[in-house]
Design a protein around this ligand. Structure first.
Ligand code: C5P
Length: 238
C-alpha cells in the first residue's frame, strides 16, 4: 500500500489551513499533524473539519499527567476520531498504559483504536541538559532507547524519534514498533532550523515507519507538487 508522508500543519488558524488545503485536489486524502498551538486556539472543531473532509489526523498534544487524568483526556480525544496521538514517556509506564486504555474506551464500536506513540527525550534536549535538569546520568541515546522499551512494555504502538535513532530503537523493540520521524527534507531542500535531517528515501532505507514533513510542503509555492514528490521519494519511486 502506498505510504503517505504526514504533513505538519503548523499554521495558526483554521482559515490558513483551509487556504492551504484548497491547493490539493479534494480526492487526495491526506495524513496531517495538528499540534498543541493550533488545537489550543481552535479546539476540537479543527479536527472535525479535517476528518469530515476524509483526512487522517495525528493529534500531537504530548500528554503528561497522572494516569487517571491522562486516561480520561485520551477517552475524549478518541471520540474526535483521530488516527494517532501521543504522550511523554517520562510520565511512566502506568501513565502510558492508562492512556492506551482511555483511547480504547473512547473509540466507537467497530472503529480502530488510534495509534498511541510516545515522545522519549525531546530533540531540543541536549545530553548536558538531560544530565543537569533531569539528573539522568546515562548517555542520551540510552535514555531514548530505555523510554522506547518502556513505551513498548506499556502496550504503546511506537515513539516519535530522530531518524538517526530509528535503527537502535527497532533493534531494542521490533521492526513493527512505530518510529515516526520528523526532520525530513527532500534532496536539495533548505534545512531551516532542523539540525540533523534525512531525505525521505534515506528515512525509508533505515526503516522509519512514518515521516513528518512540514515546511517543505506548507511553505512551498506549489504544495501539491512538493507533496507528490516527497510521497514518491518516501515510496521509493523517485
Ligand atoms: O517544518 P518541519 O518539517 O521542520 O516540521 C516538522 C514538524 O515536526 C514540526 O511540527 C515540529 O514541531 C515537529 N517535530 C520536530 N522534531 C521533533 C519533534 C517534532 O521537528 N523532534
Amino acid at each position: 500500500m502506498e505510504k503517505r508522508p504526514i504533513i505538519a500543519l503548523d499554521f495558526s488558524s483554521q482559515e490558513e489551513i483551509q487556504t492551504f488545503l484548497a491547493q490539493f485536489p479534494a480526492e487526495e486524502k491526506l495524513f496531517v499533524k495538528i499540534g498543541m498551538e493550533l488545537f489550543y486556539q481552535e479546539g476540537p472543531s479543527i479536527v472535525h473539519e479535517l476528518t469530515a473532509a476524509g483526512h487522517d489526523v495525528f493529534l500531537d498534544l504530548k500528554l503528561h499527567d497522572i494516569p487517571n487524568t491522562v486516561k480520561k483526556a485520551m477517552k475524549g480525544l478518541a471520540k474526535l476520531g483521530v488516527r494517532m496521538t501521543n504522550v511523554h514517556a517520562a510520565g511512566g509506564i502506568e501513565m502510558m498504559a492508562a492512556a492506551k486504555e482511555g483511547l480504547a474506551e473512547g473509540t466507537a464500536a467497530g472503529k480502530d483504536v488510534p495509534d498511541l506513540i510516545a515522545v522519549t527525550q525531546l530533540t531540543s534536549t541536549s545530553e548536558e541538559q538531560m544530565h543537569h535538569d533531569q539528573l539522568i546520568q546515562v548517555p542520551l541515546k540510552d535514555s531514548v532507547v530505555h523510554y522506547a522499551k518502556c513505551a513498548q512494555e506499556a502496550g504503546l504502538d511506537g515513539v516519535v524519534c530522530s531518524a538517526l535513532e530509528v535503527e537502535m530503537i527497532h533493534a531494542a523493540t521490533s521492526d513493527e514498533f512505530i518510529c515516526l520521524t520528523p526532520g525530513i527534507r527532500p534532496k536539495g531542500a533548505s534545512v531551516g532550523d532542523q539540525k540533523r535531517v534525512m531525505d525521505p528515501q534515506q528515512a525509508r532505507e533505515i526503516g522509519s515507519n512514518y515521516i513528518v514533513v512540514g515546511r517543505p510542503i506548507t511553505q512551498s509555492e506549489t504544495p501539491y507538487e512538493s507533496y507528490l514528490q516527497i510521497k514518491k521519494e518516501w515510496n521509493g519511486e523517485a
